[in-house]
Unconditional design. Structure first.
Length: 211
């Protein structure tokens, strides 16, 4: 069976993403470069389901992009829960902030333009869950930061860890993004502070539990 047909079948047999998220997905792909970086229907429903399962009070997201994943995670939060999401690209704010503030879960999302590596630890918050989807060149540094602010038993989700299959290749010397992903994957695989599993979903999603 063709992968496109299988993906269509899957999307027909899971919860709908809803009109607002569909319009956000469409707008992301029309107005932003690399629109496919947004989580999208399948991963968005998985993120919401994982939040229901983990039941975090505080979620850290590194890499807001268009806000799709932040909204999905916020949908799964219980009353009083918050998503603290950081986007380092200040040019993203004019697009993203209105979509977050116009969503039904705007009160559960704290959107900050800035470097999460610097700003997140300043919050003084112990997080229950983190979603890493920022600069692939600094995945290792982001992982170490997230691990420090995460509670014992908390979860880190790292996106794009299969990197369109490029993890099976030897990256070019100038390809720091592929190098970053490969270094991250190798590092986490050896890290005895955590349990980990890679899901071959979309571009690869690694689930990591702090022991």
């Amino acid at each position: 069976m063709k992968s496109e047909e299988l993906e269509k079948y899957i999307l027909q047999h899971i919860d709908a993403e809803g009109d607002y998220l569909y319009r956000l997905w469409r707008s992301t792909n029309v107005h932003l470069l690399r629109g496919r970086m947004a989580s999208g229907h399948l991963q968005g429903r998985l993120l919401k389901m994982l939040v229901h399962m983990i039941r975090p009070k505080n979620i850290l997201e590194v890499g807001t992009f268009s806000g799709y994943s932040a909204i999905c995670m916020a949908e799964g939060l219980e009353e009083g829960g918050k998503v603290y999401t950081f986007e380092i690209n200040d040019e993203q704010e004019d697009f993203t902030r209105p979509w977050i503030e116009g969503s039904s879960v705007a009160d559960k999302i704290i959107f900050t333009i800035g470097d999460a590596l610097v700003e997140a630890p300043k919050l003084g918050i112990t997080f229950d869950m983190a979603f890493i989807d920022g600069d692939k060149r600094t995945y290792l540094e982001t992982y170490e930061m997230a691990l420090k602010v995460l509670r014992k038993g908390g979860f880190i989700l790292a996106d794009n860890t299969l990197w369109d299959g490029h993890v099976l290749e030897t990256p070019a010397p100038a390809d720091r993004q592929t190098q970053g992903i490969e270094s991250f994957n190798d590092y986490v695989a050896r890290d005895n502070r955590v349990e980990k599993v890679i899901l071959p979903l979309r571009d690869g999603l690694t689930l990591i539990r702090k022991i």
